[in-house]
Structures are given as structure tokens and as C-alpha cells.
Design a protein around this ligand. Structure first.
Ligand code: JCH
Length: 330
């Protein structure tokens, strides 16, 4: 299923094959899962609007489209014994072949799908050949396709970070492989590594029922960094964890307020109403430092001394970080 296929009356929601300005979205994301309906959430809010504008093209594919036995089996018992089941490699291998396409230089032409004008040639070189999992059709292959990046959520992966989100947002084609059961036969990533970059990532130290919720998190974090997705272009640079090294980099955000000025007897801090932009910036930094020290001592301990002024040190000291700065032993 392409997300766009769910709203046939709204061609603006069309996916990667149809974007009129660029001939295709800046970023194409293929998600492979046995629960395609899990990804309906991507049609909502900012990511849904980005899809509608054609800033990103997201196609969700049912892994069972590449399982050919009568029961469309995708799992089997683990070698070596133990509880649960493991995802069989064969459907995954076929899915990756279909989505990543043949090696560069061997890309075959693909006809437009009936009823989807422009689907066949508007995005040459962006991706693979016909995709049985979704019915989507890709470009003519006039240019060699860049190797995609395969993202595999797993509790044993490297931590997924804002810096990784920013790096992946700069790519052209991502494939997200959502496992279930006890995971995917390990030979699948080995197979994939021969033809594409593979990133096995964990979104945190807790165990999910499968890769789908992690994939939603990862796709959301990546797509919000695409040009035009945030209303305010500065918002992403201003974030906690901002990879851009902005003034608040390495700190979590402090508290935020809006109207009314007094609510249930609680007043908004007066400095925010003062119009003194310097004082407001300093207050916000103080709050961010305090909250980072309290909630994220791991981040506070890594603040580079060179990024801290005298006032920063005072605030951190009051919050229990005597000297602050990563070059100071704790
Ligand atoms: C996943 C599972 C291995 C349970 C199956 C596929 C990612 N950060 C993060 N937490 N959990 C995941 C994740 C991602 C993909 C899959 N499961 C369930 C897998 C287990 O070994 C202990 C347990 C979980």
C-alpha cells in the first residue's frame, strides 16, 4: 500500500512517482512490515502534510507479498531451539531485491501503472523496478540509482540519535525493515550489506513487540528534518540534541508557556513578558541547564567546558554539577 493510495481523490497525497516540481520527492522511504495498517499514523499531522506536498514519499509494503506458499509463511522455529519464532530470510531477500533494485547500470525500464499517469518516468533513477508488495512502479532508470540505506530496528542495535536522523534525512532512499517475533534471520542483514548500507538501530533500552513502533519513531524523526516540514525553519536547529551545534545544543529544553498570563493562580514567569530578549535568552538557558542537570545527568556531564560561560557554571553548580564540562572528572 502506498499511503497515497488511501486517498484516491487527493492526488496531492501521491507518493514518489508523481511529484510535479521535482519529478519525485527528495526522500523516498519504503517500509516493509507484516502490519501495514500500523503506519496509518503517518498520514496525520506534519508528516501527512509532507507526504501531501511531495516532500517525502512513503510506501508501505506487506512482507507477505513476497511469501509464496499458500499460508504466506514469514516465520519458522529458531535453529538451536528456544522460545518463539524467527522471521524466515527468503521473503526478506525478495523484498530487498524488489525495493533496492538491481545493481546500478542494470536498471530496466518500467511502464507506468494504468490509472497513475506519470508514475513510470517522473522519477528516473530514484529506486527499483516494479514493487509487487505495493503495486507501485518506479522510474525509467535513466540514471543509476544510489544505493539505499536499510534501517533495521532491533533492541540490539546502535542507539538511534538526532545526529543519525539528520544524516539519514540527507539521503535519497531509505528502506525500513520491521521485524516481529524474536527478530529476522541474521543472514538477511548480511545479504543486504553486500549491496547497501545497513543500520541496525535501537530507539531505546526497552523491548517492543516488533519493529513497527520503532520504525514510526525513526521515520517521524527523519521526516521532521526535511526542508519545509517544520513551519519554522529554525525549530529543528533550536532542538535539544540539535546536531547543528546551536546555542542550546547538548541541553534539553526548559519549560514553555502561553496565554493566559495567570492560570489556576499560576503566573507565567515575569521575564518572559518583559520584552528583554537578552534576559529571556539567559533565563531560558538557565532553565535548560537546570533541567538537563536534573533529568539528564549523562548529557550534563558531557557538556564541553568550552561551551559554558561563568553563569552556566554557577547554574550547574547550584544544580549539583560542581564544575561542569566534559574535561572534568566526576
Ligand atoms: C523487536 C523482540 C528481540 C523481543 C521483534 C522485532 C527495538 N528499541 C527497540 N526495542 N525493541 C525493539 C524491537 C525492534 C524489532 C523487533 N522484536 C521483539 C526482539 C528480543 O530479544 C530479547 C525480544 C523489538
Amino acid at each position: 500500500m502506498r499511503l497515497s493510495d488511501r486517498q484516491p481523490g487527493r492526488p496531492a497525497l501521491a507518493g514518489w512517482a508523481r511529484h510535479p516540481r521535482t519529478g519525485g520527492a527528495a526522500l523516498r522511504i519504503d517500509i516493509v512490515t507484516i502490519f501495514p495498517e500500523f503506519f496509518a499514523a503517518l498520514r496525520v499531522s506534519l508528516i501527512g502534510k509532507a507526504i501531501a506536498r511531495g516532500d517525502v514519499a512513503i510506501a508501505v509494503h506487506d512482507l507477505r507479498a513476497w511469501a509464496h506458499d499458500p499460508h504466506r509463511t514469514v516465520d519458522d522455529a529458531p535453529f538451536g531451539g528456544g522460545p518463539g519464532m524467527v522471521m524466515k530470510p527468503e521473503p526478506w531477500g525478495e523484498a530487498l531485491d524488489a525495493l533496492a533494485g538491481p545493481p546500478a547500470g542494470l536498471v530496466a525500464g518500467a511502464p507506468a501503472r494504468p490509472g497513475q499517469p506519470g508514475a513510470g518516468g517522473s522519477r528516473a533513477g530514484r529506486g527499483p523496478g516494479p514493487v509487487p508488495g505495493s503495486g507501485a512502479v518506479r522510474g525509467s532508470g535513466a540514471e543509476p540509482a544510489a544505493a539505499p540505506v536499510l534501517i533495521v530496528p532491533t533492541p540490539s542495535g546502535v542507539p538511534f540519535t538526532q545526529a543519525m536522523a539528520a544524516e539519514l534525512a540527507g539521503g535519497a532512499h531509505l528502506i525500513v525493515a520491521c521485524g516481529r517475533y524474536e527478530g529476522i534471520d541474521s543472514r538477511v542483514t548480511e545479504y543486504a550489506r553486500a549491496r547497501m548500507t545497513v543500520r541496525e538501530v535501537s530507539i531505546g533500552d526497552y523491548v517492543l513487540t516488533g519493529g513497527e513502533p520503532a520504525a514510526l519513531v525513526i521515520v517521524d524523526a527523519i521526516c521532521r528534518l526535511l526542508p519545509g516540514v517544520l513551519g519554522n525553519a529554525c525549530s529543528a536547529a533550536d532542538d535539544s540534541f540539535g546536531a547543528g551545534g546551536g546555542p542550546m545544543s547538548g541541553l534539553v529544553e526548559g519549560p514553555v508557556y502561553t496565554r493566559p498570563r495567570v492560570w489556576h493562580g499560576m503566573a507565567v514567569p515575569a521575564v518572559l513578558l518583559s520584552g528583554d530578549h537578552g534576559a529571556i535568552a539567559r533565563w531560558r538557558r538557565d532553565q535548560a541547564l537546570r533541567r538537563t542537570a536534573r533529568n539528564r545527568p549523562d548529557l550534563a556531564a558531557r557538556l564541553p567546558a568550552s561551551a559554558l560561560d561563568a553563569r552556566d557554571r554557577e547554574v550547574l553548580a547550584a544544580a549539583g554539577f560542581a564544575a561542569g564540562g566534559e574535561d572534568v572528572a566526576h
